[in-house]
Ligand binder design. Structure first.
Ligand code: AMP
Length: 194
């Protein structure tokens, strides 16, 4: 892996643990010589992780649609800021530029982005690892829900295995490095048969 896409909140969350985790992950990316790819904003956890990587001498690439740049939320100090037409182009480009995806705590935007990356992994559109940095147990209920969806036979247990998780950035990165993408049998996925 050469670059990691991090999806995270445009807010900072209720606890300093979230900011600390963004900084910790940023320092780890620099230490491991991994470039940061992210939404390109200068707000919330996104700003924390981008600044930490820059301060450590790492490379930060942002991708932002023009209308968010117009709202002046773009981080103008990053290594490279790609300005794209819309959110769809943004997600496609974030995906193209990265070798793996991490969701830090965040809101609807973060959830939508990581679930799209997981859906694309499920379909075999990419073979990149996807993980939740489960800081402070933030994602416990969501991960329990995914187990419920497996029990109810809406998520296949093989696809549930696409979802990696760990509260520690080091451990999560290790899991992602050891990720073996499943062989995708599209007919089985679409028909949902064994
Ligand atoms: P949220 O989790 O709802 O705070 O949204 C954060 C995610 O959605 C980030 O990974 C961004 O790609 C995108 N996003 C949402 N709000 C903004 C914003 N104000 N500026 C830039 N990106 C945003």
């Amino acid at each position: 892996m050469k670059s990691i896409c991090v999806f995270c909140g445009s807010g900072k969350g209720s606890s300093p643990e979230y900011i600390n985790a963004a900084q910790e992950l940023g320092r780890l990316l620099v230490k491991e010589n991994l470039d940061l790819v992210y939404g390109g904003a200068r707000v919330g956890l996104m700003n924390e992780i981008a600044n930490t990587v820059l301060e450590g001498g790492g490379k930060v690439t942002g991708v932002m649609p023009q209308y968010l740049v117009d709202k002046e939320v773009a981080h103008t100090g990053i290594t490279k800021l790609h300005i794209v037409k819309d959110m769809h182009q943004r997600k496609a480009m974030l995906s193209e530029l990265s070798d793996g995806f991490i969701a830090m705590p965040g809101g609807l935007g973060t959830l939508e982005e990581i679930f799209e990356a997981l859906t694309w992994a499920q379909l075999g559109i990419h073979k990149k690892p996807c993980g939740f940095l489960n800081v402070n147990g933030f994602y416990d209920k969501l991960l329990d829900f995914l187990d419920h969806a497996v029990d109810q036979e809406f998520i296949k247990s093989d696809n549930r295995k696409l979802v990696m998780r760990d509260p520690s950035p080091e451990n999560l990165l290790e899991l992602m490095r050891n990720y073996i993408p499943p062989g995708v049998d599209k007919a089985k996925w679409i028909l949902h048969i064994q």
